[in-house]
Design a protein around this ligand. Structure first.
Ligand SMILES: NC(=O)c1ccc[n+]([C@@H]2O[C@H](COP(=O)([O-])OP(=O)(O)OC[C@H]3O[C@@H](n4cnc5c(N)ncnc54)[C@H](O)[C@@H]3O)[C@@H](O)[C@H]2O)c1
Ligand SMILES: CC(C)[C@H](C(=O)O)[C@@H](O)C(=O)O
Ligand SMILES: [Mg+2]
Length: 378
């Protein structure tokens, strides 16, 4: 089968982490008999430099015609002084809303090989783990096309005050909750709604809608938590969480926090999905796949970025957009094998400084190791 993928490398480490992910996809294609056609598109700072716009209309149009989008990262200090609507980050918002991708799945699980890269003590992790293991496995479902990111904003005419608004409709809240419940149904059947309903009116609506929606899912345990407590509970007892559903801004912040518990932000993949039905001929579902990290200007161009979050995002694309479960599992198994063999980029090296069996490698070498593992040659 042929699949078309809009590839948006973006800025900073974006192109560095996208390159190995495409090589991994090529090997998956060769091994399993698929052809992945890439349409390389510009968005973010590089698009500003070449066209004056963060998201050229042609990028969005081409992306819409593809089966899925794989994105590296956008942004960087050279574009920070531009007005908000012309910044590289606007490209992300335009792609997410333009493609109708309202549910952002950000899985955070501690792989056993990365135990030493997680900053939480064994006994703390084990205390909240349902099986008493020093581990956790949670999924943040972040609402992606509403809330503060898309509300009315502005400044007073003298520039001395500014505002951003959080607006959510019943329909927006309901549909992302349904995405969360669908995920919880095939996981541990627990869903925690994270809000700030003790202060914010928009959060009170979230909670009301969640309480109504929960009645449709009697076999899933629904709980509610304020976001400040959730931020604290994530580091105190991450094992208590299965699926967490939350607003755009809260999900952004909590997922960076959760990423550190997995070892590094360089491990966290994501899938952004909408309600677009399956393409009946091909069986594909439009989605955008990206690591949750940014363009990391501090390490760009140094071949030190961890490409695993992007490679794991490509695996999510195989699973969610193309329904290629075997292929997705093969990529995840290859990542696991590489970690078993001791390969580490600097960000997931042991925290105690002991090198042990670790082989500290750069971005390219990590990608090559994953390919070797896929080919059974590691
Ligand atoms: N999805 C995206 O495109 C996205 C996401 C977040 C931030 N950004 C943008 O990226 C720029 C930099 O933002 P920031 O510094 O706040 O966040 P960042 O995620 O780029 O970097 C934060 C820290 O994590 C490290 N890091 C990030 N990814 C890594 C990886 N794969 N391997 C190893 N270390 C990694 C960086 O070196 C840095 O020290 C900004 O312009 C921001 O708006 C873009
Ligand atoms: C760069 C920025 C717009 C983006 C967000 O806030 O959504 C990023 O932080 C992310 O997590 O994908
Ligand atoms: Mg973020």
């Amino acid at each position: 089968m042929n699949y078309s993928i809009a590839v948006i490398p973006g800025d900073g480490i974006g192109p560095e982490v996208i390159a190995p992910a495409l090589e991994v996809l090529d090997v998956v294609g060769d091994t399993f008999g698929h052809i992945f056609n890439y349409a390389e598109l510009e968005a973010g700072g590089c698009a500003i430099d070449s066209t004056g716009e963060p998201l050229p209309a042609s990028t969005l149009e081409t992306a819409k015609q593809c089966d899925a989008v794989l994105l590296g990262a956008v942004g960087g200090p050279q574009w920070e002084t531009l007005p908000g609507n012309l910044r590289p980050e606007r490209a992300l918002l335009g792609l997410r809303s333009g493609l109708g991708l309202f549910a952002n799945l950000r899985p955070a699980a501690l792989l056993p090989q990365l135990r030493d890269a997680c900053p939480i003590k064994d006994e703390v992790l084990a205390a909240s783990n349902p099986e008493g293991k020093p581990s956790f496995d949670l999924l943040i479902v972040r609402e992606l096309t509403g809330g503060l990111y898309f509300g009315a904003r502005g400044r007073s005419s003298d520039g001395t005050s500014a505002f951003d608004t959080e607006t959510y409709s019943k329909a927006e809240i309901e549909r992302v909750l349904h995405s969360g419940y669908a995920a919880a149904a095939v996981r541990r059947k627990k869903l925690c709604v994270v809000d700030k309903a003790n202060v914010l009116e928009s959060s009170r609506l979230w909670r009301e809608i969640a309480q109504e929606t929960a009645k449709q899912y009697p076999d899933i345990e629904t709980t509610y938590m304020y976001v400040d407590n959730a931020a604290m509970q994530l580091v105190r007892a991450p094992g208590q969480f299965d699926v967490m559903v939350t607003s755009n801004l809260f999900g952004d912040i909590l997922s960076d926090e959760a990423s550190v518990l997995t070892g590094s932000i360089g491990m966290l993949a994501s899938a952004s999905l909408g309600s677009a039905g399956t393409d009946s001929e091909k069986g594909t579902v439009m989605g955008m796949y990206e690591p949750i990290h940014g363009s990391a200007p501090d390490i760009a161009g140094k071949d030190t970025a961890n490409p695993l979050a992007t490679i794991l995002s490509a695996a999510m694309m195989l699973r969610y957009s193309f329904k290629l479960e075997k292929e997705a599992a093969a990529v995840e198994a290859a990542v696991s094998a590489v970690l078993d063999a001791g390969y580490r980029t600097g960000d997931i090296a042991r925290r105690d400084g002991k090198k042990g069996e670790e082989k500290i490698v750069g971005t390219k070498a990590m990608g090559e190791a994953v390919i070797k593992a896929l080919e059974g040659k590691l």
